[in-house]
Write a protein that binds this ligand. Structure first.
Ligand code: ATR
Length: 291
């Protein structure tokens, strides 16, 4: 994997803030995009403590930093440091990408763009479909807003803590005039005719690698596609179950790539064509999977 060949006085510096930061994939992702496009940019990681985000962002502006990625745990705290915020990011209540503007930084949420693009690239359209979302945390909020803004036919949110599903459904219903229903997993497993299931919990990662939020496989009957925001492990238990039933099963890696590409496009006011995006994705998939 190659970064730019050299750094000179004209190199545009980008950054990512988070804590911890050493496991972030964003420097590899963004430096690969810059390298494929032959742009003189470099993205570097910065560990920033909670409560110090505004100081860091003000400093980044003074240092001439062109754009920033924002990761856990700063996606909410960063909002107070911005001079402007994109409408969708405001609805989601989380920002993962900052663009330098005249007097500071404007915040965006490109996770939702990345999710939309990764589904579209597999010809999965949300419009007029029955969608089941698993989870009611930050990631599920982006998914719910995407489903509502793309005019899904029906949306269900299932969560272990039902109150959080109710709260999320209410929030989105207020914004979009939708009729999203909140459910327990037991209730969700009794649904039929679901077209797309989007897994947005942390179940399947690290200590829960062998678990899935779905126990009753009947729910997969008739489903066209299953998406899991997780990409480590590459195939979660949830996706394994879906794939075993012949359902299109997509992990979160493409979403990760496309949210990065969307950020790069926003920073530079450019459009990265699909063939270039495919080259970037190919390079990064091979790097990530050690192929
Ligand atoms: P993120 O921002 O990544 O979405 P989060 O806001 O902490 O993270 O949300 C994590 C989601 O995973 C929540 O929906 C959580 O369910 P609860 O609201 O009931 O906590 C879900 N989750 C985490 N561990 C879980 C488990 N063991 N079983 C079921 N759901 C789980």
């Amino acid at each position: 994997m190659k970064c730019i060949d050299f750094i000179d006085g004209k190199t545009g510096v980008l950054g990512i803030i988070g804590n911890p930061i050493e496991h972030t994939f964003s420097p590899v992702l963004q430096n690969t995009i810059a390298s494929v496009l032959k742009h003189n940019f470099v993205l570097v990681p910065f560990e920033v403590k909670k409560g110090h985000v505004k100081t860091a962002i003000d400093g980044a502006f003074e240092l001439g930093i062109k754009g920033m990625c924002v990761t856990i745990p700063h996606k909410q705290e960063v909002i107070e440091a911005l001079v402007d915020i994109d409408e969708k990011a405001k609805q989601i209540g989380a920002v993962n990408m900052l663009k330098r503007v005249e007097n500071g930084f404007k915040g965006f949420n490109t996770d939702i763009i990345g999710l939309k693009k990764s589904l579209e690239m597999k010809n999965i359209l949300i419009k007029n479909k029955k969608i089941l979302i698993l989870g009611a945390g930050g990631a599920a909020r982006s998914v719910g807003i995407l489903a509502a803004s793309e005019n899904a036919k029906e949306i269900f949110i299932a969560n272990r803590t039902i109150e959080k599903a109710v709260g999320l459904a209410d929030d989105i219903n207020k914004y979009y005039g939708t009729d999203i229903k909140a459910l327990s997993y037991d209730e969700a497993e009794k649904l039929s005719d679901i077209n797309i299931i989007i897994q947005a919990t942390s179940v399947g990662m690290s200590s829960t690698t062998n678990q899935s939020p779905i126990q009753n496989k009947n729910i997969f009957k008739g489903v066209d596609a299953c998406f899991d925001i997780i990409y480590s492990p590459w195939e979660t238990e949830f996706l394994k179950s879906a794939a075993a039933m012949g359902i299109t099963a997509i992990n979160g890696f493409d979403m990760l790539i496309y949210q990065g590409i969307a950020g790069y496009e926003i920073w530079n006011d450019i459009k990265i064509e699909n063939n270039i995006a495919e080259e970037i994705k190919y390079n990064l998939t091979h790097y990530y999977r050690n192929l």
